[in-house]
Design a protein around this ligand. Structure first.
Ligand code: PLP
Length: 438
């Protein structure tokens, strides 16, 4: 009888006992290819000797020192390195322990920034439907996934949600991809006008939407238009790269590929690559200066912010990513995309194959021509997850792709160290899962 409070009370997951490169091995000895890095976490695989050594070395020196008293070398070095590579005017790094904490910190910093500037009416957050920004209350209120929000809605801050930029589902036949992107970006302007620009604090978006929609990249020009609208109204652009950042889409920061830089950026997952729980919120010099010359401190904090062991692990991860590993992501991602199209491009229940780099989504439909989803009661995504797991493949299927209720997709986010034979292993095992379910 377990005393662990599990994610699902009816599930009985095997115990993971060891990691070996791209594989996780359970107690019975069964090996699973980690095709989703858990949830886009394990970008270096599971047994990176350098990261493991960095953690051991840091624990030998000092495992923890509270940021109310000390700074530490790994935190300082990691912040320097992140800022050296970060886009735009990002200049300061606030370390936290995960993605939701990064988003909470971003929301509170945005609010405090406007208070410091004397714009105290600015408090409203605009985000997009079908987004995911975390499970803590502020992050959950920001996210646009109905199913996750509903039970907790009485506890949440009031937020607005505009359309996502989801070409497969949203583009009309009479418009180009670019026109579609401009149309949905302009919904931001409409919502700002409705709320009154003086009340709006931030627009929050994932550059490539992850968990809730399945690796949905924006169309060309979308984020540039969003950036213009934010600037015109003095609204902060917060980009949530918790899932798509740290090289996952082929560039260290996902937004680089869209030619925009945010005012605040959130990262996690790939930053610690699963070796330590760590996230970060990066902000511009202007935002930091408003705090510095205003009240002098950010009214926030958690016990474990800037945790030295977590920072030491992330420092080694980031050195590897920026030292050449991310260069593999684009070519290997193209190989994975080609293999997926080859294997499933004509499958009667595959509606769309999409993504960037090693961040790929497969949208499942009942009928391809009408893009009709399966009845959610059939639990297609759950069945696919189970069948893939049985075949020895970890992937990340989810339901509610279209509107939080309808639609199914599979998310793939394998380690960046994967080799050509692993691409075949992914498609082969996915094929077994498809055959078992359909
Ligand atoms: N933001 C995005 C885009 C995410 O994908 C996630 C997690 O999946 C989060 C925030 C929350 O991160 P965490 O689960 O580490 O709190």
């Amino acid at each position: 009888m377990s005393h662990v409070f599990p994610r699902h009370t009816k599930a009985n997951p095997p115990a993971a006992v060891s990691g070996d490169g791209c594989y996780i091995i359970d107690k019975s000895g069964k090996k699973y290819f980690d095709g989703s890095g858990g949830a886009a976490v394990s970008c270096l695989g599971h047994s990176d000797p350098d990261v493991i050594q960095a953690i051991k070395d840091q624990v030998d020196r000092i495992a923890f020192a509270h940021t109310g008293f000390f700074t530490t070398e790994p935190a300082e070095e990691l912040a320097d390195l992140l800022i050296e590579h970060a886009p735009g005017n990002l200049d300061r790094v606030y370390f936290v322990s995960g993605g939701s904490e990064a988003v909470e910190a971003a929301l509170k910093l945005a609010r405090q920034y406007f208070l410091e500037k004397g714009e105290s009416s600015r408090h409203r957050v605009i985000a997009r439907r079908q987004s995911y920004h975390g499970n803590t209350l502020g992050a959950l209120a920001t996210g646009g996934n109905q199913w996750r929000r509903e039970p907790f809605s009485p506890l949440m801050i009031e937020t607005s949600h505009i359309s996502p930029c989801f070409e497969y589902r949203g583009r009309r036949e009479d418009e180009t991809a670019f026109e579609y992107g401009q149309r949905v970006a302009n919904e931001l302007e409409t919502e700002i006008q409705r709320l009154g620009p003086e009340n709006v604090m931030a627009f929050v978006a994932e550059p490539v939407v992850g968990a809730t929609a399945g690796a949905v990249p924006p169309v060309e020009g979308y984020f540039k238009r969003v950036r213009e609208i934010c600037d015109r109204h003095g609204i902060l652009l917060i980009l949530d790269e918790v899932m798509c950042g740290m090289g996952r889409t082929g560039s260290l920061f996902a937004c680089e590929q869209d030619g925009v830089a945010p005012d605040i950026l959130c990262i996690a997952k790939g930053l610690g690559a699963g070796y330590q729980p760590i996230g970060a919120m990066l902000c511009t010099a202007e935002i930091y200066q408003a705090i510095e010359t205003g009240s002098g401190f950010f009214q926030h904090g958690h016990t474990y912010i800037g945790h030295p062991t977590a920072c030491a692990a992330a420092l080694t991860v980031f050195r590897k990513l920026s030292g050449g590993l991310v260069d593999r992501v684009h070519p290997m991602g193209e190989k994975l995309d080609a293999a997926l199209r080859d294997a499933f491009g004509q499958h009667p229940h595959v509606g769309d194959i999409r993504g960037r780099g090693l961040f790929r989504g497969i949208e499942i439909v009942e009928d391809r021509s009408g893009k009709t989803p399966f009845d959610p009661k059939r639990g297609i995504n759950k069945a696919l997850k189970k069948a893939a797991f049985e075949a020895g493949l970890i992937c990340y299927p989810m339901g509610g792709t279209i509107d939080g209720v309808n639609g199914d997709h599979i998310l793939l986010a394998p380690p960046f160290i994967l080799e050509d034979q692993h691409v075949d292993e992914i498609t082969g095992k996915l094929d077994q899962a498809f055959r078992a379910v359909f």
